[in-house]
Write a protein that binds this ligand. Structure first.
Ligand SMILES: [Fe+2]
Length: 389
């Protein structure tokens, strides 16, 4: 079925999305916009520029006849990974760019916004609206990365600065119940009648052996038992890669956990706080999620089991690691040209996470949404849901 994108509705979502990126950065000082403490973490000002670059390069340059790029260097400075779009600053070097300044990047955003508003006034066809829609969804993805990256940048400071309470949505987990996933054939993936990314297609049938998913996420208290049992010293619980990862990174607890005067604390966007034992554990890698499930006598659900149970789960606290590798669905095809680089080329060596987190832009996720990260990622808002056979 062919989808018809409504111009007015998309323009409203696009406007809200453009505003939100700036709002997320509003509590930051200029200095907070610049550093890149690890390669995974991009400077906030880079996100602000790159999400504008996307509209410039994918919408305005190809479709707006009289458009002039804002600055000839920006295509090189703010391309992320699109080989079709030419050379770029290497990812690890983003934090060295003290120029352009934050103010210059905000001026770039304003320029792109003004040209986009003018573009919306023209005859915009469905193909062009599709690209604007992807650009809007793309910026929403960067908004979530912005929150992760801001937390990492502030969390790396010895002073534990406070960002604010905007992304605090964690609540105590409900009393533990188990949601059944029946044995049988299940339809998985998006049907294409509303927006989805190409990695959610094609909808297809999967055989499920039957299991139960726990409705409550694993809590800090449960994970603390795992830590205090000596699990980080017990090689039997870990993948070989995970064991090497613990050793090389000297990992002994989730990211942001720290002991102060015999009490566990964790860094949050509201500062350093005593670890709340009834809240979902956050900032664990796939390796830690897997080892926890192994230790507890459970397992991680596959992404298909998760999707089948999603209607009965209270999801949205943290992205939930699944035991599924990020692979193309049967019938997956990538778009021609640069947009074909969006998802397909990352379908190796990564694991799927399902759900959403407190940092996810409202409306951005859905039960078929496939998030994906390398198994060692811990700065993301990730958590653990377990299954049993
Ligand atoms: Fe991007």
């Amino acid at each position: 079925m062919k989808r018809n994108i409504d111009l007015d509705a998309l323009r409203e979502t696009w406007r809200m999305t453009r505003r939100r990126s700036v709002e997320i950065c509003a509590p930051l000082k200029a200095e907070d916009h610049v550093p890149q403490p690890i390669t995974d973490v991009s400077p906030p000002k880079w996100h602000l520029a790159h999400s504008s670059w996307f509209f410039e390069q994918f919408v305005l340059v190809p479709f707006s006849a009289d458009y002039r790029v804002y600055h000839p260097d920006y295509a090189y400075l703010f391309n992320s990974y699109y080989n079709h779009k030419g050379k770029r600053v290497s990812r690890a070097d983003r934090g060295f760019m003290t120029r352009p300044t934050v103010d210059e990047i905000l001026a770039y955003r304003a320029y792109v916004d003004e040209k986009m508003e003018r573009f919306f006034e023209q005859e915009v066809d469905q193909k062009q609206l599709e690209v604007i829609e992807i650009g809007t969804q793309h910026e929403q993805q960067h908004q979530e990365l912005l929150v992760y990256d801001i937390k990492y940048i502030l969390g790396s400071q010895p002073t534990h600065p406070v960002y604010g309470a905007f992304f605090s949505r964690e609540k105590p987990q409900p009393h533990t119940q188990w949601v059944p996933v029946n044995e049988g054939i299940c339809e998985i993936g998006a049907d294409g009648t509303t927006f989805c990314f190409d990695n959610e297609l094609a909808r297809h049938k999967v055989y499920l052996p039957g299991c139960q998913l726990r409705d409550a996420l694993i809590t800090n208290g449960e994970f603390l038992e795992f830590v205090e049992s000596g699990a980080y010293e017990n090689f039997d619980l870990w993948h070989a890669d995970g064991w090497d990862f613990l050793r090389s990174e000297n990992i002994q607890s989730p990211l942001y956990w720290t002991r102060r005067e015999d009490q566990w604390h964790h860094y949050t966007l509201e500062g350093l706080q005593p670890l709340p034992l009834d809240r979902p554990v956050q900032h664990v890698s796939f390796y830690e999620a897997f080892a926890f499930a192994e230790w507890a006598g459970w397992h991680l659900p596959t992404e298909f089991e998760w999707e089948a149970a999603s209607g009965q789960l209270d999801w949205g606290h943290n992205w939930e690691w699944t035991n599924s590798a990020y692979l193309p669905y049967p019938g997956f095809s990538k778009a021609p040209g640069a947009l074909g680089e969006y998802n397909g080329k990352f379908m190796v060596n990564q694991m799927v996470l399902r759900g959403a987190s407190a940092a996810t832009t409202p409306g951005h996720s859905r039960p078929t949404y496939r998030n994906f990260f390398y198994p060692g990622a811990r700065w993301i808002f990730s958590g653990i849901r377990v299954a049993k056979s």
